[in-house]
Ligand binder design. Structure first.
Ligand code: 5GP
Length: 211
């Protein structure tokens, strides 16, 4: 039986290590495709256009909005971020689970539009550790780190809207945990109506034959 692709939304505070986690997940398991977002933020050192993000101007981003090119988009710390629609549609039709590593407003839009999406929230082991990681990566100024920490405070209020939380303590363990959560979610009753209907029909047929 072909497995139908699902949207898998992964959110988490800036600095929680989602990016590293998602890369490790798609490298280890073949069932997943990682969506590359479009953003108006400046590239960080080491980020590659088309791999980390599609880096575009505000005008280009707004043009895409007009053309309905996004599955969802949001403004985060004064920059636009959005999920290009075409890649996601293609991968889903190939039966891949598509991972959207997006912030909470975008996650809520996906949840509204695609009720079968699987929503995961990645957390650091503690608030103190989050701050340490944000400062440690050395890619943002203290001012931006403060903005991201205050945004984390707001985001923490929305965690109940997600289906699962995952604590990112040890990378390897966390990757396997994510994979097993997604696999289990595929088995949920509400994602398997077709199988259930099929067996019901077959059983009814047996009953008819016996009469
Ligand atoms: P960063 O600037 O640290 O790469 O990303 C900032 C935030 O934007 C992160 O929480 C990240 O998950 C989120 N983000 C990245 N791409 C998208 C997207 O396409 N849509 C939305 N809504 N958020 C995104």
């Amino acid at each position: 039986m072909n497995r139908r692709g699902e949207l898998v939304v992964v959110s988490g505070f800036s600095g929680a290590g989602k990016g590293t986690l998602m890369k490790a997940l798609v490298q280890k398991y073949d069932d997943y495709s990682l969506s590359v977002s479009m953003t108006t933020r400046q590239p960080r050192i080491g980020e590659v256009d088309g791999q980390s993000y599609f880096f575009v101007s505000r005008e280009e981003f707004e043009e895409q909005i007009k053309e309905d090119g996004f599955l969802e988009y949001a403004c985060y710390c004064e920059n636009y971020y959005g999920t290009p629609r075409s890649y996601v549609d293609r991968q889903l039709s190939l039966g891949k689970d598509v991972i959207l590593e997006i912030e909470i407003q975008g996650a809520m839009r996906i949840k509204d539009k695609y009720p079968s999406a699987i929503l995961l929230f990645v957390m650091p082991p503690s608030g103190k550790e989050l701050r340490r990681r944000l400062i440690g990566r050395g890619t943002e100024s203290i001012e931006i780190i403060d903005k991201r920490l205050s945004r984390a405070c707001e985001e923490a209020e929305g965690i109940e809207a997600y289906d699962y939380i995952v604590i990112n303590d040890k990378l390897e363990t966390c990757v396997d945990e994510l994979d097993s959560i997604i696999r289990s979610a595929h088995k949920s009753v509400f994602r398997n109506h077709e199988i259930i209907d099929k067996i019901r029909t077959e059983l009814r047929e047996f009953q008819k034959e016996e009469k």
